[in-house]
Design a protein around this ligand. Structure first.
Ligand SMILES: Nc1ncnc2c1ncn2[C@@H]1O[C@H](COP(=O)(O)OP(=O)(O)OP(=O)(O)O)[C@@H](O)[C@H]1O
Ligand SMILES: [Mg+2]
Length: 157
């Protein structure tokens, strides 16, 4: 399902990923383990093309991510096309990226309403169902700073 081939990534002179190969099958759970600063987040960010690769490629379910192939060359996709691909890739940021000035429920409906153009009322109902599932039904109107770390993480998920 996830196929990472020969991925290289450097930030200036700092080589972070040096030819990473990783295959994850459907339904498989994979843990990437390593010291702080060793490149775990960079690898994950490379998988949904939040980082440009210096070499190698990533494909998900047979579809090249962030690039299209023409002959032996890879051309980077337009941001709009990458955004479409990302709609199918779940991703939880290491820092939760919640908007501090929005409540829990407003944070959750932001993407469905702004990006997917879903009706606000339906998005709120879905958000409330999801909050119920993760034990946060009573926190819908709270702001991120009023939540514990684990609660903020569940809102982000
Ligand atoms: N945008 C960037 N510009 C320059 N250097 C970066 C950038 N992002 C990450 N790095 C560097 O790349 C290396 C890998 O960072 P990364 O965030 O992938 O580590 P990590 O394995 O996720 O660490 P942690 O366990 O602390 O989350 C670090 O040395 C970091 O300083
Ligand atoms: Mg990290």
């Amino acid at each position: 399902m996830v196929d990472v081939r020969g991925v290289h990534k450097n930030f200036g002179p700092l080589e972070v990923l040096r030819g990473v190969d990783l295959q994850v099958r459907t339904g498989e759970v994979t843990v990437v383990l390593g010291p702080s600063g060793s490149g775990k987040s960079t690898l994950l960010r490379s998988i949904n093309h939040l980082e440009k690769l210096n070499r190698g490629y990533v494909s998900i379910d047979g579809e090249l991510i962030g690039y299209r192939r023409s002959g032996s060359k890879l051309h980077e996709l337009k941001e709009r096309e990458v955004l479409k691909q990302r709609l199918h890739i779940g991703f939880v940021f290491q820092n939760f990226n919640l908007f501090p000035h929005l409540t829990v429920v407003e944070n959750i409906i932001e993407a469905p309403v702004s990006a997917l153009r879903r009706p606000r009322k339906a998005a709120v109902e879905q958000a409330e169902r999801l909050l119920e599932r993760v034990g946060l039904a009573d926190k819908a109107a709270a702001y991120p700073r009023q939540l514990s770390g684990g609660q903020q993480q569940r809102v982000a998920i």
